[in-house]
Each structure stands twice: as structure tokens, then as C-alpha cells.
Design a protein around this ligand. Structure first.
Ligand SMILES: [Zn+2]
Length: 266
């Protein structure tokens, strides 16, 4: 009861000062908040000790990062978790969950996923969504609620719940980033840009449509991971990737080094 009262008064006070003086965050601001949230996720997660997977994520992420041409403070980790997921926060903070690795099957498929996630960051999709949430007072609201009640009931994903308990900026960021749904347009743009990144990085872009087939088969009607959540239908997605293939093939042809499908993932 006490918690409900605190939450209610927070909501009222936030609504009272709604949308006054809210400005869009700069890259530096959003990257700093993402870096703090990333630190929290790392400190509260179990890191994978699988050397092959860690090495593979490091080398593929390095190649994708350099193909993107973006001067972020890149960081990559592999988190031990059955979750079929991977993400790249604004500013280039990447995590791959061990649950996705067996589904990928090839290093080129990992490049497909990382290309897609990195494209969300380079195209500033997370930053745009954060700015929208700020305008709606969602950030202040969730930060306040997190402090008052653990933030649990606002979060859908475990990672959001973990960060909500920390409160403040990490909690607000968590709600927009980990319980996120990028728009369908953002997802399509990330598929397109991601396919170019993987090709420039030296991975065969023909693996992209094959990977998304494996992903949708693996999701088997359960709660879909980030890259399936608001996506165009699988048929559209494949049609898109095939339509963009000539550009991706050109990028692949000019890649300084070619790895094809890379190493298999067992
Ligand atoms: Zn996505």
C-alpha cells in the first residue's frame, strides 16, 4: 500500500511537469547512459567461459565494427544464458547470449546477427526511441517507479528487471532498450545495413536469408528474440534480403579478405 502511494505521487508529480524543457539527448549523453547500463548488465551476468565462442565473438564483432566505419568505444561480451538474444547498445556495447550460438551454426550467421545489431546502433535507432520515451516522461517515470517498487512490474525482460532494481538512469534506459520494440521500418533498415556490414567484413551475405530461416524455425512460436519481434513476415524479410543481394555481393567482392561462412559453431 505504501509503495502504491509513493508510485502514485511520483506519477502525479511527473505528469505535473510533463514535457517541459525536454530536449533530445546528444550521442555523448545517450552513449554515457548506455555505458553505465552495460556496466550493470556485465556485473550482474555470468560471463561465458567457452573460449571458442568468446574468440569468435571478438573477431567477428571487431570486423563488423570496422566495416561500419563508426568510431565507437566498442566492447563485446558473451553472456552465459539460455536466452536466444544479442544486442548492441548505443555507442557500441555488444552482448551475445550463449543461447543463440547453437542456432547460428556458422560464423557468417553470427556476422549476420552482429551486423543487424550494430546497424541499429549506427543508425541511432535506440537513441531515437530513448528521445521519444523522454518526451513522454517514461524515463523519469520508470526511474521513479524503480526506486519505489523495484520496477519489476514495468519490465517484461529479465535484463530490464535486473537494471530496474538499480534504479535511476539505468532503470530508465533499461525500459527503452531491453523491453524495446524497434519499428518495422527500423528493423528493415537494420537488415539492409547489416547485410552490407557482414559482406564488407568478409562474410558471404547469402548466409543472411538462410540464418533468418533457422531463427524463425528455432523460435517455434515462443516469445521471439529482438530480431524477430516486430519484423516483417519471414517471406518479406527473405524477399528483401534477396532483393538487396546485388549490393551486398558487390560489397563482398571488394572485401579485403574473405572468410566465406567462416568456422562452424558446434
Ligand atoms: Zn532488430
Amino acid at each position: 500500500m505504501k509503495k502504491i502511494l509513493i508510485v502514485t505521487s511520483l506519477i502525479l508529480s511527473l505528469v505535473g511537469c510533463s514535457s517541459m524543457g525536454v530536449k533530445e539527448p546528444s550521442d555523448a549523453e545517450i552513449n554515457a547512459e548506455a555505458a553505465k547500463a552495460y556496466q550493470e548488465v556485465k556485473s550482474k551476468s555470468k560471463m561465458s567461459t567457452n573460449k571458442d565462442w568468446n574468440d569468435m565473438v571478438q573477431r567477428v564483432a571487431n570486423r563488423i565494427a570496422s566495416a561500419s566505419g563508426e568510431k565507437f568505444n566498442w566492447e563485446y561480451v558473451v553472456i552465459e544464458s539460455p536466452e536466444v538474444n544479442a544486442w548492441c547498445m548505443p555507442g557500441g556495447k555488444i552482448a551475445v547470449y550463449t543461447g543463440i550460438m547453437p542456432i547460428l551454426k556458422t560464423e557468417a550467421a553470427l556476422a549476420t546477427v552482429l551486423g543487424h545489431e550494430v546497424a541499429h546502433a549506427t543508425l541511432r535507432h535506440g537513441k531515437q526511441r530513448y528521445a521519444r520515451a523522454m518526451k513522454e516522461n517514461l524515463i523519469g517515470l520508470v526511474a521513479g517507479v524503480a526506486v519505489a517498487a523495484g520496477g519489476q512490474f514495468l519490465c517484461k525482460t529479465d535484463t530490464c528487471k535486473t537494471l530496474a532494481q538499480v534504479g535511476g538512469v539505468a532503470a530508465g534506459f533499461a525500459l527503452t532498450f531491453f523491453d524495446r520494440k524497434f519499428s518495422r521500418g527500423d528493423e528493415t533498415a537494420a537488415d539492409k545495413e547489416g547485410q552490407i556490414y557482414m559482406a564488407k567484413a568478409g562474410y558471404d551475405p547469402a548466409e543472411a536469408p538462410r540464418l533468418w530461416d533457422r531463427m524463425s524455425a528455432a523460435s517455434g512460436g515462443k516469445a521471439p528474440p529482438e530480431f524477430l519481434s516486430t519484423h516483417p513476415s519471414d517471406a518479406n524479410r527473405k524477399a528483401n534480403l534477396n532483393a538487396w543481394m546485388p549490393d551486398a555481393e558487390r560489397a563482398y567482392a571488394s572485401a579485403p579478405k574473405k572468410y566465406g561462412l567462416g568456422e562452424p559453431i558446434k
